[in-house]
Design a binder for this molecule. Structure first.
Ligand code: NAD
Length: 424
């Protein structure tokens, strides 16, 4: 796809967001009871940033990148050309139905590919809006449906599969991809820990953890899943968290316009099983923000926040390293050497220091998991490269043709060749 065409398509996504904004707000109100502010800032705002960043950088991303040619291969020139992969399937979850379909699409189009989008059937208002309106703005097909429709799509040959969701379905996607040797990106589950040490600014820390946890009622892949608090600040942090939650949503969050709902009944039932003592309303899909004193094994994906004490930083690091690698790790501390220890001694998709979730909004940073949280990062240049083939090209002059490499081989030729190659 020509660069001008790519830019036109990217502007098409922007036009969809601008012109359909009221319908997007309404779809997410229906699907998730999501406040307009959260949709506007977290979902549409980050898409606008991603599009603006791609438009601004497309010329430099697509330009061939020269590479140094060693002496032994002179005279000649070497460079990398970025070629589109072809046709890409995007399979998305329900929790951010626009960001997790259109976000990858921005990178896919920037790299010159075409795409088919399969939104989640569990956010039906959002999926229908995408299916009905998006094709009026760009040349992208939207296929709606659940597991069966997805499996049908996976039975076709694609040039890349981009999947965001849980690890169970991630395995199905990988198995299907194996048949055609299709390259895959898997953006999987969260279980993101927060560590709070004794030097953290507790009031700010509590606000930032409570915010990251409770946007979209905890149904965010990078939401803090649990908190490990240093013994000495455990009680004070618990009190600050409670204070922050009351400050955000009042004494009865059910009455607050700023607190989202749980996607459906099975997810409500899953959360109730984790915390039967919590305040909830099954019919209204309301589940109150709730602090827990133990860490469940599975990803919580809801407004439950376990907070447990740890005796020191090495104990917290050991606990985290004994579990599957999370998508993000949050560390609250004003101790620089402890911050370095965390980035160097733990394995996670990303580290965010003294904040939660916000690293996603920085388009220069890659976003993706490691180990059990998935593989293959996107956003910005990283997404452009993810959906491109970096094709190496070497072009050699015919003006000089050293006989050195051709038979009959001589000892002298070997010595010269070794000398050249050792020195580059
Ligand atoms: P999911 O894996 O159940 O579904 C994702 C997609 O797969 C949907 O489009 C669905 O229709 C399809 N699907 C479901 N069952 C299928 C099957 N048997 N065969 C083929 N396709 C099938 O995930 P979800 O419940 O929609 O989303 C929640 C999960 O996604 C959480 O684990 C969350 O952490 C993760 N997530 C990850 C990121 C990230 O960027 N890493 C972002 C958001 C959500």
């Amino acid at each position: 796809m020509e660069i001008t065409q790519r830019k036109k398509q990217l502007r098409g996504i922007l036009a969809f967001i601008e012109e359909c904004e009221p319908q997007i707000f309404e779809a997410l109100r229906q699907d998730l009871g999501r406040p307009v502010f959260e949709t506007s800032v977290l979902e549409l705002g980050s898409l606008r940033t991603e599009i603006a960043y791609a438009l601004e950088n497309l010329a430099s991303w697509t330009a061939p990148r020269p590479v140094r040619t060693p002496l032994v291969h002179q005279p000649g020139k070497s460079w990398i050309e970025y070629q589109p992969l072809g046709k890409i399937l995007v399979i998305a979850p329900w929790n951010y139905p626009f960001q997790l379909t259109l976000g990858p699409l921005v990178n896919i189009i920037a790299a010159g590919n075409s795409a088919v989008i399969k939104p989640s059937e569990l956010a039906p208002y959002s999926a229908d809006l995408l299916a009905q309106k998006l094709p009026n703005y760009i040349d992208t097909q939207v296929v709606t449906g659940g597991p069966e429709a997805t499996q049908k799509l996976l039975d076709q040959k694609w040039d890349h599969l981009f999947f965001t969701g849980g690890s169970r379905v991630g395995q199905i996607v990988l198995e299907k991809a194996a048949k055609f040797l299709t390259p895959v990106t898997l953006e999987l589950g969260g279980k993101c820990p927060c560590i709070v040490d004794e030097t953290a600014h507790l009031e700010v820390t509590a606000r930032r953890i409570a915010w990251g946890k409770l946007i979209n009622a905890g149904q965010t892949c990078v939401a803090p899943d649990y908190v490990l608090a240093h013994d000495r600040v455990y009680e004070a942090l618990t009190a600050e968290l409670q204070k922050a939650i009351t400050h955000f949503f009042g004494n009865n969050p059910k009455q607050s316009d700023d607190y989202a709902r749980i996607i459906n009944r099975p997810h409500m039932e899953r959360l109730i099983a984790l915390a039967p003592q919590a305040d909830y309303d099954l019919e209204q899909r309301y589940f109150a923000p709730t602090l827990l004193d133990h860490i469940p094994d599975d990803e919580i994906f809801g407004p439950l926040l376990p907070i447990v004490p740890v005796k020191n930083l090495p104990a917290a690091i050991e606990l985290i390293n004994s579990r599957p690698s999370p998508l993000a790790l949050y560390f609250f501390s004003s101790n620089k050497s402890a911050q370095k220890q965390i980035t160097q001694q733990t394995k996670s998709g990303a580290v965010c220091i003294n904040d939660t979730v916000s690293h996603l909004g920085i388009p220069g940073l890659p976003f993706g998991g490691v180990g059990e949280s998935g593989f293959g990062a996107y956003h910005g240049r990283w997404g452009f490269e993810r959906f491109s083939h970096a094709k190496p090209v070497f072009s050699r002059s015919t003006r000089v043709d050293m006989p050195l490499r051709y038979p009959p081989y001589t000892k002298m030729a070997l010595r010269i060749a070794n000398w050249f190659q050792g020195g580059l």
